[in-house]
Structure formats: C-alpha cells, structure tokens
Design a protein around this ligand. Sequence first.
Ligand code: 13P
Ligand code: SF4
Length: 297
Amino acid sequence: KRSLDAVILAHFYQEPDIQDIADVIGDSLALAQAAARTSARTIVFCGVHFMAETAKILNPDKLVLLPDVNAGCSLADSCPAPAFERFIAAHPGHHVVSYINCSAQVKALSDVICTSGNAARVIATVPRERPIIFAPDQQLGRYLIRMTGRDMVLWPGSCSVHVTFSERQIRRLKDENPGALVLAHPECEERVLALADHVGSTTSILRYATGSPASTFIVVTEAGLIHQMKKACPDKRFIPAPPESGCACNECPYMRLNTLEKVYLCMRDRQPEISLPEDLRQRCLVPLQRMLDIGAG
Ligand code: 13P
Ligand code: SF4
C-alpha cells in the first residue's frame, strides 16, 4: 500500500475482512466524496464497478483498481444507455436525475446524480415546474415521490438483492422479537418499506441504530453492513432480514466477488484497472460534480 501510495476505499457491503483493512468505509456518497478529496496516487476501490468508475471520473490521473473486474451491479445493468437515451427522448423537457448505481454512459445522459443519502436534497434543487425523470431504481423512485411530493417518471429498474426481501419473513421476525425495530434501504419494495421504522442509506441505517435506545434491529439491506453495526454497538442485536427462501440472497453477489486475496493481488499486479474515454469522463463529471456541490442529505 505504501509503495503504491494507495488509499483503500470499501463499501459497507464488502466482506468483513476487507472492511477491516480499509482506510475509509462508507456508503456510495461518502466513498465518492473520499475519492474526490484523496491525495493518494492510487485508489483501491473495494466495491462494485460503477463505484470505481465514479472514482476514476473524479481522478483521471490516478490509478484506480477494482479487485474483481466482474463486480457489476444488477441495478446498473437494468438500465442500458441506448434504451435510456430513447426513454429521455420520449420525455422532452425532463430533468434527468440518476441514482449513482448506473453506468458512465447513463451518467453522461443525466443532468444530476444522486445517492440514497442525498436524493431528496438533489430533487429539491430541481425547479418545481420542471418535470423529472428518475433512473434507474423504481423502488427508490417511488419512495422519493412519497417523500418529496414530486411526481417523477421512473425508469423500471431494480436491485436484485433488495427486491428479494420478504415481507412475510420480516413480519415473522417482528413477531418473534417484540420491540425490534426494522431498518430498511429504500431499494426495497414498497410493501417491505411499509414495515420499516427507519428507511435510509446504509450510513443512515448505521447512524439510526447507533443513536436509538432500542436494543434489537431487523436489518433489511445487504448483510455486510451488520459488521459495522456490531462494531459500533457491541451490546445491541442485529438480525439480518432473510429473503423468502432462506438462501444467502441478502448478500450482493457482485460485491462479494471481491475478496481479501483479490485486494492483495490487484495491488501487486496493478490491475484490473478502471479506465474510460476522456470525452465520456468529462460528460459524466458535470452531473457528478453537481451532486458533490449539493452535498450530503
Ligand atoms: P448506499 O449508497 O446506501 O450505500 O447504497 C449502495 C447500494 O448499492 C445499495 O444497494
Ligand atoms: Fe447493485 Fe444491488 Fe449489489 Fe447494491 S446491492 S451493488 S444495487 S446489485
């Protein structure tokens, strides 16, 4: 790490071993902000492709490494840029707000980027009379329509991990654990969010649990977040919400492609390296910089 002059950024959904060696652990917004301000010459991004790509958009002259180049995102994949371009053309005059979980090509078609940590604040900057397209997550979009009172045209994308959480299983866990609070990410379906005591980004879920007097929490997001929750609150109990089938689908299969060994190997070999054409990078930088200027929620 010293010889590369590297900073290691890790998302909360990374396996605990990776979180424990990271310099910065955070949600998508905090990691984008950390990438924007780092003076390190190399960024090792322990997360998924769109996150590392965001770091590269902000740092064209730095070496940006992603431990497993196949660490994609089902949500980003649910919005192919050519189809999205046609969708925008079919809705002339709309302000395009895109969730950061999208490809560089989709970012380049957008007016402003947001994360789940600042989406309501970003939407509040759009003039009231201007109609909005929100992409690619329809669940987050519906949640934001309820929160902001702004009608928006939604791209029909979803996260395959968050839509598998089962309302039935969460009700069962609530019955079995009276007093437990339900904390959910807004990428979950509306009927799951309806059971939640708190809805927010991964950082906001962590903060809520830390500040709450309650002692037991049902965590309805990728189970990796529980590692930091346990560290912050060793006396509290965190129950990962199960999907319907009881499989390990509450772990993001893309995030979990990264392993501690692959982190080491990518630093040793200085690859896989993230790169993107300069004209595309510049087009992505405009909406991304707008988000960074707006700041946190
Ligand atoms: P956060 O920005 O809340 O960390 O969410 C990232 C993500 O990929 C959720 O699935
Ligand atoms: Fe993408 Fe969902 Fe994984 Fe987040 S949890 S990185 S949205 S597939």
